[in-house]
Design a protein around this ligand. Structure first.
Ligand SMILES: Cc1cc2nc3c(=O)[nH]c(=O)nc-3n(C[C@H](O)[C@H](O)[C@H](O)COP(=O)(O)OP(=O)(O)OC[C@H]3O[C@@H](n4cnc5c(N)ncnc54)[C@H](O)[C@@H]3O)c2cc1C
Length: 489
């Protein structure tokens, strides 16, 4: 195909498909053959299978992402989002992370903005829930778990402690199972540093609407996973739906009710809503209709792959499409780049055909489950396979070395149990110091209870001091700063 000029290839999204496609194009394009622009709101690609390990503190968060500008140094990287596409006119509407939106002209499109959490209209979910798809979410959840442990350990209110130490995950697929297993493992480990808490004070709950977990592995391995997690004290509520989450009060369709402050939603994904703002053909699930050659169905010079695309699965026959997984995304990206190059050079393109190899999942340190090419492994061997597989897959030698270094250090040192939650509002301390009434008045209960680790013991706090209730009254000690007076330390 001739454009009369070096064609401009626009890659929408710098995730698995986007980064790998751009990387391969950058390596294989001849001088002056084409230019490549990648539009991505983050400055990095996220290796999502490592998010549970990052949340558990086994991996440094910076090591589970790949900086796009250093890896894609032969491409133009735009930090922003595509908000719409008019492919007929080859125009993309770009909202840069800062500044005025603009139009970008291109010749060849690679549409791969991935997926977003598939939520349900459950009352309270939008207000309190959080997903588990980004580094920010994984680290926020880690911080929150540790913060709640800190709060519970420092409180003598049994209700507060119970609520703070209840962690609810909704959705028992890969992301949910790995996340709950890794975080429970981390919290159990962390209990060693909290004399006021024991693992049995914590309540970890997995709610799954279907009759099994980990549909990605065989039913027998799914059952093994369920039993393993139950054995660790995780409440596995299968065939159960959440009816309401208002103010953290969980109501299940089984009639059970309890309170929590932590709700993690991992109940599947749906195609990115951006696709609705394009002239590309979509299927009934909002995914881009693709051919087996990874071309957008019936559209010229438009390609797609990954979670956002309905790619025919030739290994499973008529009507089947490839599942949203890194396994397919990486392989599709390689073929996608090859096909674009072949098309530019007038050579034949090839169809995508890969039968799902199986899955590996980590269930915490030294625990796992694997079902790969019919080989079923459990426990330590599966966990080792999980690590070996993902180490071989994580992009760039630099990241592999850093991940390996993290794991090696973890053999000799305890994992870090620290919440850097203040990162969410780093200016808070300075704002407070700079505000006119810098020192808040101290609040001391009328009959000050004493919380000691000995008296609180492992379990209920010292109820004899508080009577298990919040203190009835508080008194203020020390003069409150008159407004307008600035405290200078
Ligand atoms: C916790 C977790 C664990 C997982 N573990 C496994 C596993 O073990 N094995 C496995 O096979 N799969 C796993 N997956 C699934 C796998 O990570 C995804 O299937 C894969 O990332 C899909 O690749 P993608 O390129 O389609 O989407 P993504 O990798 O999500 O990339 C999409 C990119 O598009 C960007 N984007 C979004 N909107 C816009 C916009 N408007 N403009 C520009 N860019 C945009 C996003 O920021 C993102 O970087 C896991 C997923 C999660 C969340």
């Amino acid at each position: 195909m001739s454009f009369g000029h070096p064609p401009h290839i626009l890659v929408v999204g710098g995730g698995y498909v986007g980064m790998y496609t751009a990387l391969r194009l950058q390596r294989r394009l001849r001088q002056g053959e084409a230019t490549v622009t990648v539009v991505e709101p983050n400055s990095y690609m996220t290796y999502q299978p490592f998010l549970p390990e990052a949340a558990a503190g086994n991996l440094e968060p910076r090591h589970v992402v790949v900086p796009l500008r250093s890896v894609l140094n032969g491409c133009r990287v735009v930090s922003g989002s595509v908000t719409g596409l008019n492919h007929a006119q080859r125009r993309a509407y770009i909202a840069p992370n800062q500044g005025t939106p603009y139009e970008l002209h291109y010749d060849v499109l690679v549409g791969c903005p991935g997926s977003v959490a598939r939520t349900l209209p459950i009352p309270g979910l939008a207000e309190l829930g959080i997903g588990f798809k980004s580094v920010a979410e994984a680290i926020h959840i880690r911080n929150k778990v540790i913060e709640r442990m800190d709060s519970a350990a420092s409180s003598n209110d049994p209700q507060l402690r119970r609520r703070a130490l209840t962690f609810v995950f909704i959705g028992g697929g890969f992301a949910g199972i790995e996340a709950i297993a890794e975080l429970e493992d981390m919290a159990r480990d962390a209990c060693k540093f909290y004399p006021e808490l024991s693992p049995s004070d914590m309540r970890w709950v997995m709610v799954e609407a279907s009759g099994r977990v980990l549909p990605e592995v065989s039913p027998a391995m799914g059952l093994y996973t369920l039993k393993q997690l139950e054995h660790r004290g995780i409440e596995m509520k299968i065939n159960t739906r959440v009816k309401s989450l208002v103010d953290g009060h969980v109501v299940l369709d089984s009639g059970e009710e309890f309170d929590t402050e932590t709700i993690i939603w991992t109940a599947g994904v749906k195609a990115h809503p951006l696709l609705a703002n394009t002239d590309l053909p979509l299927d009934e699930r909002g995914r881009i209709k693709a051919t087996a050659f990874l071309q957008v169905d019936g559209v010229e010079q438009a390609w797609t792959a990954g979670d956002c695309a309905a790619v025919p699965d030739l290994t499973r026959g008529e009507g089947a499409t490839t599942s949203p997984s890194a396994q397919h995304a990486v392989r599709q990206a390689r073929l996608l780049a090859n096909n674009i190059l072949a098309d530019l050079r007038g050579e034949p393109i090839a169809p995508y055909e890969h039968s799902y190899a199986g899955s590996v999942a980590s269930l915490g340190l030294h625990k796992g489950v694997a079902d790969v090419y019919g080989m079923k492994l459990r426990g330590w061997p599966a966990w080792l396979m999980h690590r070996t597989y993902h180490l071989s897959r994580v992009p760039t030698f630099n990241r592999k070395a850093r991940v390996l270094a993290d794991w090696t250090l973890a053999l000799f040192f305890r994992r870090e149990i620290v919440s850097l939650g203040a990162f969410a509002d780093p200016r808070a301390g300075f704002r407070e110091a700079a505000s006119p009434s810098a020192a808040p008045a101290a609040q001391v209960p009328a009959s000050a209870p004493v919380l000691s680790s000995k008296s609180a013991g492992h379990g209920e706090p010292n109820a004899s001091v508080t009577g298990g209730r919040k203190p009835a009254a508080t008194r203020t000690v020390g003069p409150a700063k008159p407004s307008g007076e600035t405290s200078v330390a």
